[in-house]
Design a protein around this ligand. Structure first.
Ligand SMILES: Cc1cc2nc3c(=O)[nH]c(=O)nc-3n(C[C@H](O)[C@H](O)[C@H](O)COP(=O)(O)OP(=O)(O)OC[C@H]3O[C@@H](n4cnc5c(N)ncnc54)[C@H](O)[C@@H]3O)c2cc1C
Length: 289
């Protein structure tokens, strides 16, 4: 039985935190509200709507790129600030999350805090080495990869809110990409991969990061599995080697739609595609400089 009795509409962050704190574990934040269908609601008495707090800006401030936690995925997908080759993976992930209607509702913070196996934006954010700012009794910045080692529901205390997602502007000759494999354009991912690479002056890989989504219940930091690319000239053969290694070592979780052997194979292919696209973009940035 659903026990929700009240919707609260605070207009400032302080009011929202007070409402959450007063409700203890019986009050819950609601942003896009798209995951309510999974919410059994037995212990929730009040929903605190956090979409009127001005937390939807996407801007550059003091050198960092700041995305408000309530920015809708459609706006993230369209943001000019995320159009550069080094950051475009996030715009690509946001634009591949469900249908246009879904993306008009889902918020960036909700896609992190309410992480599901198929969530796309957190995979790109991991590859881009994002951090988040948390407000509440213990305000802090947290690396997203640390938060996603477990489900964010256990990394955030009741009453805490993600307010901002923080990204460093990429260095020159940085490319990124997000690639998703799903049965239809609006379906949940079977596998997804996000990569960010930096090339040095000689065209060798100076830095690489790789995150895989959907293949397990939590995102996988696969940067180690792509380490053969480091300090090397990126060739097709080297990319094949990385794909094979991922297929051999990934150990996918069960998925009722396909076999784990299939998931392992397509995880390697998806990762290869994301790395190849990120490398091409990094090289093109070089040519345009
Ligand atoms: C039909 C459909 C298809 C979808 N397909 C995809 C897809 O392919 N890819 C994809 O990535 N997503 C997809 N989604 C969205 C995804 O499944 C979640 O519903 C969504 O990420 C939740 O975001 P929200 O803003 O709606 O959060 P809400 O549903 O409002 O909240 C989710 C949880 O996060 C908490 N929360 C929200 N914001 C904050 C915050 N700022 N700080 C702390 N806690 C917070 C809430 O308390 C709640 O526990 C789909 C959704 C639907 C309905």
């Amino acid at each position: 039985m659903v026990t929700v009795q009240r919707f609260i509409y605070p207009e400032t962050l302080r009011e929202a935190l007070e409402a959450l704190s007063a409700g203890r574990d019986k009050a819950r934040a609601i942003a896009g509200g798209t995951s309510l269908v999974f919410h059994k609601g037995k212990s929730t008495e009040a929903f605190v709507d956090i979409t009127r707090l001005g937390m939807n800006r996407i801007e550059q401030s003091d050198g960092q790129i700041e995305l408000g936690a309530c920015a809708r995925l459609h706006d993230v997908a369209e943001a000019k600030l995320l159009g550069s080759p080094g950051l475009v993976a996030l715009a690509e992930a946001a634009s591949s999350a469900g249908s246009r209607g879904v993306r008009n509702a889902v918020t960036l913070g909700g896609s992190i805090a309410g992480y599901k196996r198929w969530s796309d934006p957190p995979i790109a954010l991991m590859a881009l080495d994002a951090s988040i700012h948390v407000e509440g009794p213990n305000p802090r910045d947290v690396a997203l990869s640390d938060l996603l080692e477990k489900h964010p529901a256990s990394g955030l205390e009741p009453g805490e809110l993600i307010t901002t997602v923080l990204l460093d502007p990429p260095a020159a000759r940085t490319g990124s990409a997000f690639v998703k494999l799903s049965r239809t354009a609006v379906d949940y991912a079977l596998t997804s991969a996000a990569a960010q690479v930096v090339l040095d002056d000689a065209g060798r890989v100076a830095d690489v990061s790789l995150a895989l989504g959907a293949v397990r219940h939590l995102p996988t930091d696969a940067t180690d599995l792509a380490s053969e690319l480091l300090d090397a000239e990126p060739t097709e053969a080297l990319l094949d080697q990385v794909a094979e290694r991922i297929t051999d070592e990934i150990e996918p979780g069960q998925d009722m739609r396909v076999t784990t052997a299939y998931l392992a194979r397509v995880a390697g292919v998806t990762a290869r595609d994301a790395l190849a696209l990120a490398l091409r973009r990094a090289g093109q940035e070089d040519a345009n400089a």
